[in-house]
Write a protein that binds this ligand. Structure first.
Ligand code: B12
Length: 232
């Protein structure tokens, strides 16, 4: 049997290569992921397809096995690191659309939560769609969000949470904005695997977005509606 070292990625056809990428992501092989991303770019794949079909699909498998206790934190960290290697290559390609500036978004993961892959993806896709994005990272208390919104003169606040224990913190941020009388100055969008539409409504967000593509569409839509309202 051929072992891993014998596989020459560039000799695989597209379908085999994508499956191999799922395996390599699972095994946390960053260099192999980076090489494969380059190969797919050279073969004319769009950055978005590489992101969704190879990287995000691979990470879903990792997620399922983490949930089922087959993989543990160290392995998942390696997979996340490999995923980030691939994303770093795609980022400039997703961003270089030259789209007109749509507005400015501050995005960050909430306090107590260090998951950042989904947030980073949303940030990249939003930049690609013409939004200016200020990423304030992970583990953000309410003060960091408010300070960044004010400092940056942002239009949109994006919050990410991947844990059922940290998602309620989004409400703390929105409630604080209400108390300070600034809630309606911003569009607030929220996301992360454990959230849903109902939760978004319940905490008073303007929208819950299932994934990065929906985030882009929703933000575009909301900004256009806001401009129309202001123009009327
Ligand atoms: C990778 C990962 C980790 C990595 C994180 C590395 C990193 N740099 O991000 C590490 C190993 C560090 C980790 C740690 C932990 N994790 Co974890 N982790 C995951 C895993 C496998 C994948 C998450 C991911 O990156 N997905 C890929 C991205 C692309 O998807 P996504 O994040 O959902 O983002 C998309 C959408 O949700 C949306 N979105 C996301 N954010 C935003 C924001 C906005 C504004 C919008 C509009 C949209 C949006 O768009 C994104 C792109 O399409 C998930 C499993 C899962 N199914 O989600 C568990 C998971 C989230 N983790 C879990 C747990 C329990 C933990 C730990 C507590 C484990 C432990 N015992 O220590 C710690 C917590 C650490 C902490 N305090 O945050 C649980 C949560 C369970 C729960 N119900 O709360 C999950 C669900 C696994 C499981 N089933 O048990 N984890």
């Amino acid at each position: 049997m051929a072992d891993e070292d014998d596989i020459i990625l560039s000799e695989l056809d597209d379908e085999e290569l994508v499956l191999q990428m799922h395996d390599d992501l699972y095994d946390g092989l960053k260099e192999e992921i980076e090489e494969a991303v380059h190969i797919l770019i050279d073969r004319g794949w769009t950055p978005y397809d590489i992101l969704t079909k190879a990287l995000v699909a691979g990470m879903t498998i990792v997620g399922n096995d983490f949930r089922d206790g087959i993989l543990f934190v160290p392995e998942v960290l390696l997979a996340a690191n490999a995923m980030k290697g691939g994303m770093a290559i795609l980022k400039p390609l997703l961003v270089e659309t030259g789209a007109p500036r749509m507005g400015k978004m501050v995005i960050g993961t909430v306090k107590g939560d260090i998951h950042d892959i989904g947030k980073n993806l949303v940030a990249m896709m939003m930049e690609g769609a013409g939004f200016e994005v200020v990423d304030i990272g992970i583990n953000n208390p309410v003060e960091s969000y408010l300070e960044a919104l004010d400092r940056e003169g942002a239009d949109i606040l994006g919050m990410s949470a991947l844990l059922t224990t940290t998602m309620p913190y989004m409400k703390v941020v929105i409630d604080t904005m209400k108390e300070k009388g600034i809630r309606d100055d911003y569009l607030v969008i929220v996301g992360g695997a454990p959230l849903n539409e109902e939760f978004g409504k319940a905490i008073g967000a303007d929208a819950y977005c299932r994934d990065a593509a929906v985030a882009v569409e929703t933000a575009k839509d909301m900004v256009a509606r806001k401009h129309n309202r202001m123009g009327a």
